[in-house]
Design a protein around this ligand. Structure first.
Ligand code: SAH
Ligand code: MG
Length: 215
């Protein structure tokens, strides 16, 4: 029987990851606006915020904004002069996210850039190095995002990537050869094997794989 049950998940969520009214509204409005309800769960988001605060990050990057749910949690963890650059290819998602960053009062800290992440990242190389990078967009791009991040993360910086369990646990089925699952498997393994990194997988929600770049 898995130790981390639904009951424990709700305990953790209620105790450590309670949404205030703003976050609850953002979550509701994402689906009400017709966007897919694929934002991270509150306990995953609270964990990212914890990492941002604990690592003293000032410059953060997110790949995959959707409606600004994870971005709001990350931005709230940054100091007043900190900055989150977040990348989104769908104009409709970007518009909803912009409204949500305003609603949360974090619009001054958030720089939302519209376009294909791989194009936008070319320009962002000169903005870094980044203290914190959260990858949560198209799985096709994950390995390229990883390469980019390893070149643009400061020593001691943190990389986090969502869906490390591959959509509800497909990662644990070796016979699953779906393209996206194979990419995530390679991504996780690369983090696990890279001696420049200390890595771990946060096993809540759909899994967040983490790596800290050694100093
Ligand atoms: N991080 C968000 C969820 C992101 S969902 C949250 O937890 O709140 C993934 C998002 O990545 C979608 O909005 C999708 O449009 C965007 N996306 C997919 N491929 C992309 C690409 N190549 N470049 C930029 N954004 C992309
Ligand atoms: Mg995701």
């Amino acid at each position: 029987m898995p130790t981390y049950s639904d009951a424990l998940e709700s305990y953790v969520r209620q105790t450590f990851a309670a949404e205030d009214e703003v976050l609850a509204r953002i979550r509701e409005q994402i689906t009400a606006s017709g966007l897919p309800g694929i934002m991270i769960r509150p306990e995953e988001a609270a964990f990212l915020q914890f990492l941002v605060v604990a690592s003293g990050a000032r410059l953060a990057l997110e790949i995959g904004t959707l409606g600004g749910y994870s971005g709001t949690w990350i931005a709230r963890g940054l100091p007043p002069d900190g900055r989150l650059i977040t990348l989104e290819v769908e104009p409709k998602h970007a518009a909803v996210a912009r409204a949500h960053f305003k609603l949360a009062g974090v619009e001054g800290k958030v720089d939302l850039r519209e376009g294909y992440a791989q194009d936008l990242l070319l320009e962002l190389a000169s903005v870094g190095p980044f203290d914190f990078v959260f990858i949560d967009a198209d799985k096709e791009g994950y390995l390229a995002y990883l390469d980019w991040t390893l070149d643009n993360l400061r020593s001691g910086g943190i990389l986090a990537a969502h869906n490390a369990f591959a959509f509800g646990g497909k990662i644990a089925d070796p016979s699953n050869l779906e393209e996206d699952v194979q990419v995530i498997r390679q991504f996780n393994q690369r983090l696990a094997d890279d001696r420049r990194l200390v890595s771990m997988l946060f096993p809540a929600g759909d899994g967040i794989v983490l790596a800290a770049l050694r100093g």
